[in-house]
Design a protein around this ligand. Structure first.
Ligand code: NAD
Ligand code: DAU
Length: 332
């Protein structure tokens, strides 16, 4: 049985991957998570205790990381500060976790020759114009816009340098915007669903025409497992499911679901440096590793997600008021 260390495994996407590993492999999983505001014990509750163990700790703390890396066959690295708006308000934790944390993990896997997979984002490539026919590929130059995306870009560069200079056995994936159950209410889709459940208007930045390329988190997990098992060392794979939608279109779909008028929208202050459009060309992953998304229909995935938030109000309500208070201070 393989032992896999999953950093950030109590977060939105990492916890989905932990479930995926338990369902699809025989691996023993150790979750290393600092349990920040973004983590949830509930998201990994109920998994077999002989297969999954949670260690509360910081990836930037060498004393924590060293023994866990020493006993792992592979490390799958999700832990990060992940929210752009937070990085604009206070970049410091992004530098510490996303850069120093990744460095600390790389040094540990180098010492113990452990396979490493680095989970990153399409935001490292900056943005595209709305009418640009191009999509991001593995060859697109890096041009990050926010402190968050710059810290993730830096972490990708660290991984590549550790592969080339030290022979670390690593792969990288850059994925587009995820949606699905267990996503924190600070993020766009859960924020709008929960605003509408609470009888308020969805809150859209700027002109609402910014485009994101949505993928269900289950599809992200299956792609990461394919790369972990069959990806070529040193390679980068873009993960996407052809889910381009403008923000205002997503909000209109949520309003329609609740039988509310489609123009019942609160237009709020735009995000500083707001990226216009992300779009992923995932042909390398699909052809080389024979991967396909299961949630090809975004509207069906969105409906499932809306229903999940309707049914899990006990989970998201404790975070909702504080999240909205933070946004209100910024006129968002
Ligand atoms: P999240 O904020 O929901 O979860 C992050 C997790 O990391 C939390 O459980 C948190 O407690 C943990 N963490 C934070 N700092 C830590 C530290 N110093 N040590 C240990 N654990 C720490 O984020 P997410 O949306 O699940 O994103 C997970 C990963 O996927 C990130 O690396 C992110 O950059 C990447 N990613 C996210 C998306 C997306 O749409 N959300 C898309 C592409 C890539
Ligand atoms: O592309 C991948 C990235 O997707 C990940 O790397 C990040 O971790 C993840 O947070 C996400 O980044 P975004 O900034 O795209 O996601 P967010 O949910 O914050 O916002 C999505 C879009 O919606 C963006 O154009 C900003 C807009 N928005 C967001 C919020 C919270 C609004 O219009 N209103 C809002 O209330």
């Amino acid at each position: 049985m393989e032992r896999i260390l999953v950093t950030g495994g109590a977060g939105f996407i990492g916890s989905n991957f932990v479930h995926h590993l338990v369902d699809r492999t025989d691996a023993e999983v150790v979750v290393l998570d600092k349990m920040t505001y973004a983590a949830s014990r509930d998201s990994i509750a109920g998994l077999p205790t002989d297969r999954v163990r949670l260690v509360e700790g910081d990836i930037a703390d060498e004393a924590v990381v060293e023994p866990l890396a020493a006993e792992a066959d592979a490390v799958v690295h999700y832990a990060a500060e992940s929210h752009n708006d937070n990085s604009l308000a206070d970049p410091a934790p992004f530098i510490r976790t996303n850069l120093v944390g990744t460095f600390t993990l790389l040094e540990a896997v180098r010492r113990h020759d452990v396979r490493f997979h680095h989970v990153s984002t399409d935001e490292v490539y900056g943005d595209l114009d709305l009418n640009d026919p191009k999509r991001f590929t593995e060859d697109t130059p890096y041009q990050p816009s926010s402190p968050y995306s710059a810290s993730k870009a830096g972490s990708d560069h660290l991984v590549r340098a550790w592969v080339r200079s030290f022979g670390v056995r690593a792969t990288i994936s850059n994925c587009s915007n995820n949606y699905g159950p267990w996503q924190h209410v600070e993020k766009f889709i859960p924020r709008q669903i929960t605003e509408v459940i609470d009888g308020r208007r969805p809150r859209v930045y700027g002109d609402g025409l910014n485009v994101r390329d949505w993928i269900h988190t289950e599809d992200h997990s299956s792609a990461v497992l394919a790369i972990l098992e069959r990806g070529r060392i040193g390679e980068t794979y873009l993960i996407g499911a052809d889910g381009e939608r403008s923000n205002v279109d997503v909000v209109r779909a949520i309003l329609r679901h609740f039988g509310r008028p489609e123009d019942d929208i609160e237009w709020v202050t735009d995000r500083a440096g707001h990226d216009r459009r992300y779009a992923i060309e995932s042909g390398k992953l699909r052809h080389e590793l024979d991967w396909q998304p299961r949630y090809a229909d975004f509207d069906a995935g969105l409906t499932q997600t809306i229903e999940w938030y309707q049914q899990h109000q006990d989970w998201w309500r404790p975070a909702k008021a504080a999240t909205e208070a933070k946004y209100a201070q910024k006129g968002q």
